[in-house]
Design a binder for this molecule. Sequence first.
Ligand SMILES: *[C@@H]1O[C@H](CO)[C@@H](O)[C@H](O)[C@H]1NC(C)=O
Length: 262
Amino acid sequence: MMSSGVVLAVGFQLSGGDSQTDALIWYSWLGGVIIGTMLGANSVLEEHCKAGPRNVVITGSTRGLGKALAREFLLSGDHVVIASRSPDSVLQTINELEENIQEGLSVAKKKQRETLLQAKVVGTSCDVCKPEDVKKLVNFAVGELGSIDIWINNAGTNKGFRPLVNFSDEDITQIVSTNLVGSLLCTREAMDVMQYQEKGGHVFNMDGAGSGGSSTPLTAVYGSTKCGLRQFQASLMKESRRSKVGVHTASPGMVLTDLLLR
Ligand SMILES: *[C@@H]1O[C@H](CO)[C@@H](O)[C@H](O)[C@H]1NC(C)=O
C-alpha cells in the first residue's frame, strides 16, 4: 500500500466557501504525505495547515474515497474521525488505518516521523439520515478531539443503474435520505459547533454526477440529490458570508479523472 508509489487516488478540486477560498485544489498521493497543497490566494485553510494537526470528520469513510481520504489526512499527521452505519466496519477500518500509520512509521525519516506520531484515528457508527445519530457523531468528535476543523460529507449511495421504475421504495428513500437529508443534517450540526469555535471550521459536500443540473439517465434519483446539494451549497454561501464557517464543494471526479487519463 504505502510503497505503491502510484500517483492516483484523491485529487480534489474544491470550490465555494468565502471569497478568499475561491478555487482551491488539493492534491494528495497514495503513499505520499501531502494533503492540503492548495492553490489559491490567502487561503483560510492554510492557517489550519500551519497550526498543526487538523481535526477531521469524514462520513461514509469505511470504504472507497472516504477511506482513502481518511488515510491521506492521517499520513499528514491529522486527527480523523471515521463514521459509517456499521460498527464492525468502523472498527475494522480503524485497525486498518492504524496499520497504515505503523507502516508509515517504519519507513519514515525524522521529520515525517514526528508528523506521523501526531496522527490519531477514532470512529463511531452513525447513520447520517438519523438526527440523533448525527448529534452523537458530533459529540463523539468533540469529546475525542476537542474541536472539529474540517467536516466532510462523503456518505452517499446510488443503488445501481437502472430505469426509475426499477427503483424500489426503499432504494429511493435511502438514496435521498443518505445523500440529501444526511448532508443537510450533518452540515447543520457541524456548522452549529464550528460557529462557536475560535478558529471556525470548514464543511465539504461531495459533488457527483448531476451536480450542475445535467441529466443522469439510469441514476436519476442520485442525480437529483446531487443537484439539490449544489443549490444548498449556493444558498449557504450567501447565508454564511460573514461566518467563520466555510462551506465548500469537493469534486473528486475532475482531478481524479484527469490523473487517470494522463
Ligand atoms: C426492470 O424491471 C422489469 C420488470 O420487473 C424487468 O423485466 C427488467 O429486467 C428490469 N430492468 C432492469 C434494468 O433492472
